[in-house]
Design a protein around this ligand. Structure first.
Ligand code: ATP
Ligand code: MG
Length: 892
């Protein structure tokens, strides 16, 4: 066997497929683009869905990549099996309507066994195929010459790929035999034939023959265009070529593990032939090392792609990984933050193929360190909470164990360990039940999302060219109709209906890159059609959805007119998006990364990552910076160039979240803003006229959404609405509380109203009004508090003159109904009586709309003989609640 480093293996894979005319695709972000069905990119093919279902034309029908992927369902497997990671790299080759089974199998075999390439001895390889897939079986036997005892025909559960909807089909898997030393009972190929979990045969490559369409109800039809989709785990192949017991001793993880050894007292020990060390304690130690090495790598990559620790979705996963890794560190005796010091080891091992990690080192380290510190604080609070449960309840209920897990990150094992050390039981059964329920809920929440679109046959067939002429113009005379179709069929003509058309040249912008589609109309002697929508076709064609009044046929010419008002205002907003993006990066720093945007004629919104809270003055500063740039009258530049030039020469922002073509377009406003962008923009920043931020909300997980408007007219409208809203609130308060009128006299309000009708109303007016409103609100709250205090005193007054009476034992007692009072009032009253009489037992009950309450109090002098909680427990009304010798309270 050859000895190959991970980098050499990846390169050999990509070289091989490039030699076979495959187009190399850069690895893309772990955050899926336009795909709500996925939380993370979880395979190579997940990034290529639009090519597979026909929405987009691929740069070549043959593709190859090495794609980073995250599988959260494998987190529990990490460190337990030899071969699972949270984040791993999947090598792939793909055919989109090009070659199929025969060639895919031949390619795989050549790459794996040829001396020029991986040179794996063929007797070490085993194959599985779907039992009904006769073609695949015969290719392996007849074309490749696989011995029949090296190939197994298995069932649907292992050898048919189907996500329940969309493209699916049989697959063939290739396994590597690591030999008898990994198979102590010498079961041999039976392990494969019977699909028994084992360490001997490692699945390295899965080749899916995408052959059918599942309509979502398990009705299968042949796909109009068949595809090949394959995936092979890079880390697993590395462990084979580096002859290591698990993936963790390879050159990817080993430097991290060595670094962890340096900061703890434990050692990672392994022997060939058994990755579970004979010694149970050592196995646990090894697992801790593996989990840490795995989690720090996944976390570093996710943060570099713009995911920050948070309480939801991706942010939550990252938080969990960091917490888990920290807990494993504790098992190794590390008690402070340490994960951020491992980041450099991850970057060193991965930077050849992921050079962008180098620039992100600082961001990754700071983010992880912050989260570590935060978690360690939470953890000590968790200890306090657990201590309380142990001391007061003398047990840990399942509900509390789940609370410890969810709120304080306490794994159940930890809770059990601490509790059992102190002879306290944990209700594990209840915990497991609740835990499963919580998981089920999370699963269901995602289930109904459509994972794959049906392959749209009509779309895949569109092969006409169409040129966009609308960068500078909004009309195009004499455009030719080159394609007419509906969702069901391709047409040569149409009349008085809704159809899609493609023109040889069009000024209509198709919705993409966050910019809304153009609308408008097409016209000639025989018809007039409203263009309702424009969307992008598979080969960048602009597809117009039109409502026809009259008739058209292929070859007709039409004059095309874009709705100019909509386009103009959309452009102002799109350019405004670029400016606010840059301004936020200036004010808040470069961790601000745009993660989505939308702009149309009404305004703009932009999502961006940022891990801290944002102060109002920071927002104001960003807004002022944009306005300054508008007034600097900066001319817009556009450059078509290579990605290389875009980044090095024009310093364009590119975020690896999107796929870019070979030639990219850079939109630049001096050195202030430079972005890769296919949208339409104003000629000069002064055309934006004016800019104001109208809202900012946190979307959780370190993502914010900012909303803004541009242009004098839109801002005027916005300010008018805002002012009227504020004035109304002020007036409402004034009417409600005559006494606070001094804060805003009617005169002042009238003056402001006058101003608001004035066209040139200023933003300063809004600030002035907001200040008035804040003052009023504060004074109103103050007023309300006083009123409430007054009411309470009045309410309590009528219950203040109860006279205690001696009971059978001669002790003074007060037993009274105080209907209408709440618990808080009742406790105040009990205190009053305790102050008034030295020795008294008070029992008050109250029935009111909020419920029925009871409070029992015992004077200090009587507490040697009587206890409030004991009296409470035997009350005939059977209340539920708690307390101590002095006071008990509850509901009945
Ligand atoms: P397994 O049964 O081992 O979990 P799988 O059937 O889930 O594998 P596929 O979905 O077929 O795997 O993915 C293709 C390839 O990606 C696998 O052959 C394997 O090499 C690799 N792979 C899958 N999951 C992981 C993981 N969690 N960590 C590392 N590599 C993985
Ligand atoms: Mg799996």
């Amino acid at each position: 066997m050859k000895k190959l480093t991970t980098n050499e293996i990846r390169k050999m894979w990509l070289d091989f497929f490039e030699k076979k005319d495959h187009h190399f695709l850069e690895t893309v972000s772990l955050i899926p683009v336009d795909d709500p069905s996925l939380l993370w990119i979880n395979s190579g093919v997940a990034t290529l869905k639009p090519y597979f279902d026909g929405r987009k034309r691929p740069p070549s029908p043959r593709l190859t990549n090495s794609q980073k992927a995250i599988r959260t369902n494998d987190i529990e497997n990490v460190g337990v099996t030899a071969r699972h990671h949270t984040m791993f790299e999947m090598l792939g080759n793909f055919s989109i309507g090009d070659y199929f089974k025969k060639e895919a199998i031949a390619f795989a075999w050549e790459l794996l066994t040829s001396d020029k390439w991986f040179a794996i001895p063929s007797e070490k390889l085993y194959i599985t195929v779907f039992d009904k897939d006769v073609d695949a079986y015969e290719y392996w036997i007849n074309d490749i010459g696989i011995k029949p005892d090296h190939i197994f025909r298995l069932l649907r559960d292992t050898n048919f790929w189907d996500v329940g909807q969309g493209p699916c089909g049989p697959n063939t898997e290739i396994f590597f035999d690591r030999g008898e030393k990994w198979d102590k009972e010498n079961n041999g190929p039976r392990l494969l034939a019977e699909d028994i979990e084992n360490d001997r045969y490692i699945e390295i490559w899965n080749i899916v023959f995408s052959q059918f369409n599942n309509d979502g109800f398990d009705n299968y039809s042949e796909l109009p265009r068949k595809n090949i989709d394959t995936g092979a785990g890079l880390e697993r192949i590395a462990s084979i070529f580096q002859d290591t017991p698990t993936n963790f001793e390879t050159d990817i993880f080993w430097p991290t593990i060595e670094q962890i050894e340096k900061i703890c007292d434990s050692k990672y020990k392994y022997s060939m032939g058994n990755y579970f060390n004979e010694d149970k304690t050592q196995t646990k130690i090894n697992t801790a090392f593996k989990v840490i090495a795995d989690h720090i790598r996944a976390t570093s990559f996710a943060i570099a792609d713009g995911v920050f620790p948070g309480n939801k979705d991706r942010g939550y996963i990252i938080r969990r990984l960091i917490r888990r890794a920290l807990m494993k560190g504790m098992e190794l005796g590390i008690n402070g933050p340490f994960l951020s010091t491992l980041v450099i080891k991850v970057i060193d091992a991965m930077k050849d193929f992921y050079p962008y990690l180098i620039e992100k080192q600082n961001l990754i380290e700071i983010t992880i360190l912050n989260e570590e510190v935060k978690f360690l604080k939470t953890l000590s609070k968790g200890y306090e909470a657990l201590n309380k449960m142990i001391q007061t309840d003398k047990k840990v209920t399942g509900k509390n164990a789940l609370l410890l897990f969810e709120s304080y990150g306490f794994p159940i094992e930890q809770t059990i360990e601490i509790a059992e050390d102190r002879n306290v039981k944990v209700d594990i059964e209840e915990f497991n039940k609740l835990f499963e329920q919580a998981k089920e809920q999370a699963r269901n929440a995602r289930k109904d999302l459509k994972a794959w679109d049906k392959q749209n046959e009509i779309f895949t067939k569109i092969n006409v060219e169409s040129e966009f002429t609308g960068w500078e113009k909004t009309q195009h005379e004499q455009a030719k109709i080159v394609y007419i179709f509906t969702d069901e069929e391709i047409l040569t003509e149409a009349a008085d209906t809704e159809v899609y058309v493609i023109l040889d040249k069009t000024p209509f912008y198709a919705e993409k890159g966050g910019q809304a589609a153009d609308t408008g109309y097409l016209v000639n002697n025989a018809m007039r059609a409203d263009v309702i929508d424009t969307q992008q076709g598979p080969n960048h064609q602009h597809i117009h959805k039109i409502q026809l009044d009259g008739s058209i046929k292929i070859g007709d010419t039409v004059d095309a007119f874009v709705n100019e008002h909509k386009r103009t205002y959309t452009m102002k907003n799109h350019s405004g998006t670029h400016l606010i993006h840059s301004a936020l990066r200036v004010v808040l720093g470069e961790t601000v990364m745009q993660s989505g945007s939308y702009n149309d004629e009404f305004g703009l919104r932009m999502d961006f990552t940022y891990n801290e809270s944002i102060k109002p003055e920071e927002l104001l500063e960003a807004e002022e910076l944009v306005v300054k740039k508008i007034n600097e009258k900066i001319a817009r530049e556009v450059h078509f160039c290579s990605m290389q030039d875009a980044i090095n020469k024009y310093h364009a922002l590119a975020f690896f979240t999107e796929k870019y073509d070979d030639i990219v377009r850079v939109v630049k406003f001096s050195d202030f803003s430079s972005e890769l962008c296919g949208g339409t923009h104003v000629d000069n920043t002064i055309d934006i006229e004016d800019f104001t931020i109208t809202g900012l909300e946190s979307k959780g997980s370190g993502v914010y959404r900012i909303k803004c408007v541009t242009s004098k007219q839109a801002i005027n409208e916005y300010l008018n609405t805002e002012i009227n809203k504020l004035l109304k609130q002020i007036k409402d308060i004034n009417h409600k509380y005559e006494s606070t009128k001094t804060f805003a006299s009617d005169e002042k309000i009238e003056e402001l109203i006058k101003q608001s009708n004035n066209k040139d109303i200023s933003k300063a007016t809004i600030l002035e009004l907001k200040a008035i409103l804040d003052n009023l609100t504060a004074s109103m709250k103050n007023h309300e508090r006083k009123v409430e205090e007054l009411l309470t005193t009045q309410k309590l007054e009528k219950f203040k003159s109860f006279e205690p009476k001696p009971n059978a034992e001669g002790v003074l007692v007060i037993e009274e109904k105080v209907d209408g009072l709440n618990i808080k009032d009742m406790k105040t009253l009990v205190d009053d009586y305790k102050n008034k009489f030295d020795e008294v037992i008070i029992t008050l009950t109250s029935e009111n709309a909020e419920g029925n309450f009871v409070v029992v109090g015992v004077s200090e002098n009587l507490q040697a003989k009587y206890s409030a909680i004991e009296i409470f427990k035997v009350l005939p009304i059977l209340p539920k609640g708690g307390g101590n010798a002095s006071l008990a309270q509850g509901k009945f």
